[in-house]
Design a protein around this ligand. Structure first.
Ligand code: FAD
Length: 302
């Protein structure tokens, strides 16, 4: 098909064919908007009345952004892989407690079929919405973002609390392109779980969501490492670090659960004027997700 450029009075629209061309274009026009599934940008332009002068369309033309590469250490998911493709891939690999089950489960409740057919995992990460459904899983699983630009070359950044710098912003530079997200393999001693609460089952954003991972010391029920990640409880995807730290070196017994829930309540308490409202409901969802995780984790252990 070849590279394409359309131009109107106000808008330039590029469709590069190779990653090299894409990198060149983004270097030349750092303010150009990369357009993948258009499910965020469409809302920005139509409803929020934001205007962009240049678009770089990456939906279907650049091989590196479309691929899913399985390696010994984990999987690289191309940034332009659609959520429907991601769901189908993860469903085939889903096992109790693994990250694929987690992603496949959450994607059932992500938007609706039409959204999932075009929306991409890269678009979800880069948007950095505080209620993103995938970002808590990326953080909890220790995933990383693979980026490329002409000025910096290639770099890999951990998708952790520092990755999200504020409401809908990340450390990704303006001239950088997300090529893939690397999701590492978890060990047999690790259990990851995710949940979402929204008003409707279909086509609705989360009120609160969570992804929680525990790693056990081999052949023991002692927690070696833990991470509790929440959406809908702050301006960014956040980790409940105090609660996570409390769990380390302990067995997750009913007594420890009670204490952890207490710490979590304090750590994730919301101010009375919190944007989005529903303060008590959101606080109780955060606690209840941890309780549900606990039940599911005990089940996995037995
Ligand atoms: P686009 O709109 O194409 O782009 C979004 C942003 O990412 C833009 O800033 C773009 O420049 C940037 N970008 C995209 N690809 C790259 C790249 N490779 N490198 C650098 N920057 C890039 N979200 C949820 O989390 N859960 C939901 O349940 C949910 N439901 C929705 C329901 C509806 C009806 C709608 C309209 C949206 C919903 N969303 C939801 C939000 C949205 O669908 C997701 O964030 C989606 O993953 C965005 O992907 P996209 O490919 O459409 O992004």
């Amino acid at each position: 098909q070849g590279s394409v450029k359309f131009q109107s009075k106000n808008i330039e629209w590029f469709r590069p064919e190779t990653l090299e061309e894409l990198v060149e274009l983004k270097d030349k026009y750092p303010d150009a908007k990369i357009l993948a599934g258009n499910t965020e940008i469409g809302v920005e332009v139509k409803i929020k009345k934001m205007a962009y002068q240049r678009y770089i369309h990456v939906t279907d033309s650049i091989e590196e952004l479309q691929q899913i590469n399985v390696t010994d250490n984990g999987i690289y998911f191309g940034a332009a892989v659609t959520l429907s493709e991601l769901k189908t891939f993860c469903e085939k690999r889903a096992e109790d407690g693994n990250v694929f089950r987690c992603i496949a489960n959450i994607l059932q409740w992500f938007g609706g079929q039409q959204i999932r057919n075009v929306a991409t995992l890269g678009g979800n990460l880069v948007t950095a919405s505080p209620i993103s459904d995938l970002n808590p899983i990326f953080v909890a699983s220790g995933s990383s973002a693979v980026l490329v630009s002409k000025s910096r070359g290639s770099r890999i950044l951990n998708i952790d609390q520092n990755f999200f710098t504020g409401y809908r912003s990340t450390v990704i530079a303006q001239d950088e392109i997300l090529t893939s997200v690397f999701v590492p393999n978890l060990s047999h001693h690790e259990y990851i779980w995710a949940a979402k609460q929204s008003r409707r089952k279909d086509d609705d954003i989360a009120i609160v969501n969570a992804a929680i991972r525990l790693k056990l010391v081999p052949k023991s029920d002692e927690v070696a490492d833990s991470i509790l990640v929440y959406g809908g409880m702050a301006a960014t995807t956040i980790s409940a670090i105090k609660t996570s730290n409390f769990l380390v070196h302990k067995a997750l017994t009913p007594e420890i659960l009670d204490q952890a829930l207490h710490i979590l309540s304090e750590e994730l308490s919301l101010p009375s004027n919190v944007p989005g409202g529903m303060r008590k409901y959101r606080e109780s969802l955060a606690r209840n997700f941890f309780f549900k995780f606990y039940l599911s984790f005990r089940n996995w252990l037995s």
